[in-house]
Design a protein around this ligand. Structure first.
Ligand code: TZP
Ligand code: MG
Length: 211
């Protein structure tokens, strides 16, 4: 399965505040997000399956979605993919468990990790944090545009930049990466749909080499 990774929204319960996650997802879809990830660091696998089911009932499956961390949750929700980090199951084993149809994403921060993840069978890489972020408490130090570019040059699979991506720096990243993954850059906005549209507009412009 091929997924458009250009505007990759990731959920975050804390940053959602009083707003319902399903409503937020519906707004990012309307705004032009191309894929979303269900990410929840505070729930067990069983809890995530239950909350994921409820969310999907309200959002439908208008764009592909990916489950963070848990293969079992991805399978139970019939997700389009699963995303794992360096401390999770490695991509080769994930592939054995999920089969050929689901997409596998792997988080990397170094060239060596990127080369290994591609060799292990990752379909795409989440690369970062490119810039400083307070969303992920145990995030590595920001890698910057240079390392992002080095990673771009050693792998052939798509790369999605993550970490501190805002409308102000999105273009610089998109000149190197295939997509941007955004959490707070969208969730801190008052109007989620309008903010997502702003990101989508930047993506369109960079694609057509206008900025
Ligand atoms: N992985 C690396 S940085 C990060 C994750 C999950 C958090 C990105 O969040 P934000 O708010 O877009 O900086
Ligand atoms: Mg993880």
């Amino acid at each position: 399965m091929k997924i458009d990774l250009s505007l990759y929204f990731i959920t975050d319960k804390k940053l959602s505040g009083k707003r319902k996650e399903s409503e937020i997802i519906n707004q990012v879809i309307e705004g032009g997000a191309t894929v979303f990830q269900l990410r929840n660091k505070d729930q067990s696998e069983a809890e995530m399956i239950i909350s994921g089911k409820k969310i999907l009932e309200k959002t439908g499956r208008k764009i592909p979605f990916i489950v963070n961390d848990f293969v079992n949750v991805a399978k139970a929700l019939r997700a389009d993919g699963v995303h794992v980090g360096q401390k999770d199951m490695e991509a080769g084993l994930v592939r054995e468990l999920i089969g050929e149809n689901m997409v596998i994403g792997v988080s990397v921060s170094t060239v060596a990790q990127a080369v290994k993840a591609q060799k292990d069978g990752a379909d795409y890489l989440g690369v970062g944090p490119v810039f400083a972020t307070s969303t992920k408490k145990d995030a590595e130090k920001p890698i910057g545009l240079k390392v992002l570019e080095n990673i771009r040059n050693v792998v052939t699979i798509p790369i999605v930049a993550i970490g501190g991506i805002e409308c102000t720096n999105a273009a610089s990243v998109l000149r190197i990466a295939d997509g941007i993954a955004v959490i707070s850059g969208i969730l801190k906005a008052e109007n989620i749909k309008v903010k997502t549209q702003e990101f989508a507009e930047i993506i369109k412009k960079v694609k057509w080499r206008n900025i």
